[in-house]
Design a protein. Structure first.
Lengths: 115, 112
């Protein structure tokens, strides 16, 4: 079946602009995660959605970052007033449930460059 | 501070060589250890999820071991092939059942 998809695959924007990144999880997966990888760093947890529960936003680096998940499926990560330090690969993942040791399946990522 | 460390940072080997790399993680409140392979411009691909001390898993020429008491996991590749060239990531699940804490990865290049 189809895997996790993300769009756009690449995004170049100017400092101060807003950007929206989209994630389509695997059908039937209830849990959805956003991570990012900045240059030279490991993947960093950003936010987690599970069903209708309140999302865990503890990894969001600032209030310029927000995310929503509509209808328990597609998710959008929004970065307002982008800064150069926001340049990174943003990865989305989904899993069948939120149980421990559940495999998280990743999308190909969106490469964001803020000039 | 929860740190997952991977070594070496990068590795160049000849086709046919066997190789291994290390992932170390805090052993307290351990839930599971995940290994991923990430090829350039592709999605990270799940290799293994390991939970039990002494666990060993195998997928083709790739295998992994887990020591939860001392907080390390080894990934082995037998008879490396150029298509094994990728970044290998490990991630620890601790305290919660969903946040993965990733290491910085080991970048493997296999020369033909």
């Amino acid at each position: 079946g189809a895997g996790v998809s993300q769009s756009p695959s690449n995004k170049v924007t100017e400092k101060g602009k807003d950007v929206e990144l989209r994630c389509d999880p695997i059908s039937g997966h209830t849990a959805l995660y956003w991570y990012r990888q900045s240059l030279g760093q490991g993947l960093e947890f950003l936010i987690y959605f599970q069903g209708n529960s309140a999302p865990d936003k503890s990894g969001l680096p600032s209030d310029r970052f927000s995310a929503e998940r509509t209808g328990g499926s597609v998710s959008t990560l929004t970065i307002q007033r982008t800064q150069q330090e926001d340049s990174a690969v943003y990865l989305c993942a989904s899993s069948l449930s939120h149980m421990w040791s559940e495999t998280q399946y990743f999308g190909p990522g969106t490469r964001l460059l803020v000039l | 501070i929860l740190n997952v460390e991977q070594s070496p940072q990068s590795l160049h080997v000849q086709e046919g060589d066997s190789t291994n790399f290390t992932c170390s993680f805090p052993s307290s409140n351990f839930y599971a250890l995940h290994w991923y392979r990430w090829e350039t411009a592709k999605s990270p691909e799940a290799l293994f999820v390991m939970t039990l001390n002494g666990d060993e898993k195998k997928k083709g020429r790739i295998s992994a071991t887990l020591n939860t008491k001392e907080g390390y996991s080894y990934l082995y590749i037998k008879g490396s092939q150029p298509e094994d060239s990728a970044t290998y990531l490990c991630a620890s699940e601790m305290d919660s059942s969903y946040k993965l804490i990733f290491g910085s990865g080991t970048r493997l290049l296999v020369r033909p």
